[in-house]
Design a protein around this ligand. Structure first.
Ligand code: GLC
Length: 474
């Protein structure tokens, strides 16, 4: 797989004489001829760079490359350092133009060159298709900053005043008074990896889990000083209420399903059982009770006023395990479910981004008739190789030998297939056996996600870069 790593390294982008990140697609020329529009796939995305960065932090001394005729050393940690600094700089510049001084991290950025001169153009969602808001970027940024500190073995970068300030501002935006009272973050549709309309507005799981992991990271990285006193207390309080909320209201297993099935409705007051006024008829009990079995469980996709989104979202559930947001017992139930439903979730290509797919009238209303998100395609039940690393990490954390063994065997076949098919962005079909209809090839995070999973399975100690202890283990 050194060839795969080479592809990533050769795509590295330079700014101001430093390597600063990788574009969403590593090789735009050779293979995407049937897709005439580059769109923003030549940009460095924060979320896409995360698995690349983790891989770089682990490997550090990367194979030397020829640069302007000279062979030069490539240092993985240095690239992540540069990436964190450059994104911080863009954040600082954008702040100046914002009315409140509060702003998110961009979804992506592009390095433009005009002769010798280079400049950066960030996209805060103001250029993105459908103008989606990249809420996850700021959260991933804090999580990555913590991973970098873990890798270098000290907190000096995070302790720099400009990094402390940036964390405080991101948190201030998350903690700002809003029009609701929940400990979760209220966001518009498409605010994360699923960056299109998919009925995930409100309180989608992925954002809540990343919020939790970012808060944990910040609580480690924020200095104990007077300036940080208030924000540190706010982080502590929010971690507690957020965790309780997710563990209680998002949790679905056969027992909680039974409770919801027999819920009283129209209850008023503080101590009610059906807090969100869920109506039993809105829950797909038939497939849910089959799907869950006796030993499975998972965190639901979203919960809000009279709405429980029962779709299974992979990133959110796996990251909830990695960040220790669930109890250990819940984490193992999520893994039981994945084990039981391997033929549906993993099938011929890991892993479905969500399950099941929306179809018919639901698809029309919820996606706005988006043809790219037809059932079992792209974000609507498509299979994304990048998600493999989350599964490997969660299985290692829980010491689930059953999953680890299976993954190790499957990864050989999967790696051969991905390489032969030029690392597609995603796969389509209920079995995940069709290269995604509009999938880019040489998608950087497909390569990085696969290599990272392999690396973690071989060297589980590197999980420390990204994981957080369960409450029970603290
Ligand atoms: C697609 C994905 C998004 C990713 C981007 C670049 O828009 O939905 O998650 O960041 O492509 O790869």
């Amino acid at each position: 797989m050194t060839a795969a790593l080479q592809i990533i390294i050769q795509s590295l982008i330079k700014y101001d004489n430093n390597w600063i990140g990788t574009p969403a697609v590593c090789n735009l020329n050779a293979v995407n001829l049937n897709i005439d529009n580059v769109l923003n796939y030549d940009q460095v995305f924060i979320r896409d760079f995360v698995p690349v960065a983790l891989l770089f932090l682990i490997k550090n001394h990367l194979p030397p490359q020829l640069d302007e005729g000279k062979e030069i050393e490539i240092n993985g940690k240095e690239i992540v350092y540069n990436f964190l600094n450059i994104t911080l700089k863009m954040h600082q510049e954008a702040r100046q133009k914002s009315f409140t001084g509060l702003i998110l991290m961009p979804a992506s950025f592009k390095v433009h060159s005009a002769g010798e001169f280079q400049y950066l153009e960030p996209d805060f969602g103001d250029r993105a298709i459908a103008r989606v808001t990249p809420v996850d970027s700021s959260l991933w940024w804090i999580i990555l900053l913590r991973a970098y500190c873990q890798a270098v073995g000290n907190h000096s970068l995070a302790h720099r005043e400009d990094f402390q300030e940036c964390m405080r501002l991101i948190l201030a935006l998350c903690f700002a008074d809003r029009f609701d009272m929940e400990p979760t973050l209220l966001v518009p549709d498409g605010a994360c990896m699923i960056d299109r309309r998919m009925g995930i507005y409100g309180y989608p799981l992925e954002i809540q889990v990343l919020f939790y992991a970012a808060l944990l990271s910040a609580s480690e990285l924020l200095l104990d000083n007077e300036t940080n006193q208030k924000v540190k207390q706010a982080v502590k309080n929010r971690l507690h209420t957020l965790k309780q909320h997710l563990q209680e209201y998002y949790w679905l297993d056969i027992k909680s399903l039974n409770n919801i099935y027999r819920f009283q409705v129209e209850q008023y007051g503080k101590d009610v059982t059906n807090k969100f006024n869920l109506y039993s008829d809105s829950i797909p009990y038939a497939w849910l009770s089959e799907w869950l079995g006796e030993t499975g469980g998972y965190l639901a996709g979203n919960i809000g006023p009279s709405q429980l989104d029962c779709r299974f979202f992979t990133l959110g559930n796996l990251m909830a395990i990695i960040s220790g947001l669930t109890t250990k017992w819940q984490a193992n139930k999520i893994m039981n479910l994945i084990q039981q439903q391997w033929h549906k979730l993993i099938a011929q290509m890991p892993i479905k981004i969500c399950y099941p797919a929306l179809e018919g009238r639901d698809w029309e209303i919820i996606t706005g008739c988006d043809p790219k998100n037809k059932r079992w395609s792209y974000h609507n039940g498509g299979s994304w190789p990048v998600l493999i690393w989350f599964l490997a990490a969660a299985a290692i954390k829980l010491e689930r030998e059953d999953i680890i063994k299976k993954l190790k065997v499957d990864l050989v076949k999967i790696g051969d297939r991905l390489a032969a098919e030029d690392w597609p962005e995603y796969y389509d079909g209920e079995k995940g056996n069709l290269i995604g209809k509009e999938a880019r090839k040489y998608q950087t995070w497909s390569i990085a996600g696969f290599l990272l999973a392999q690396e973690l399975l071989e060297n589980p100690q590197y999980l420390a870069l990204i994981d957080f202890a369960f409450d029970e283990d603290n």
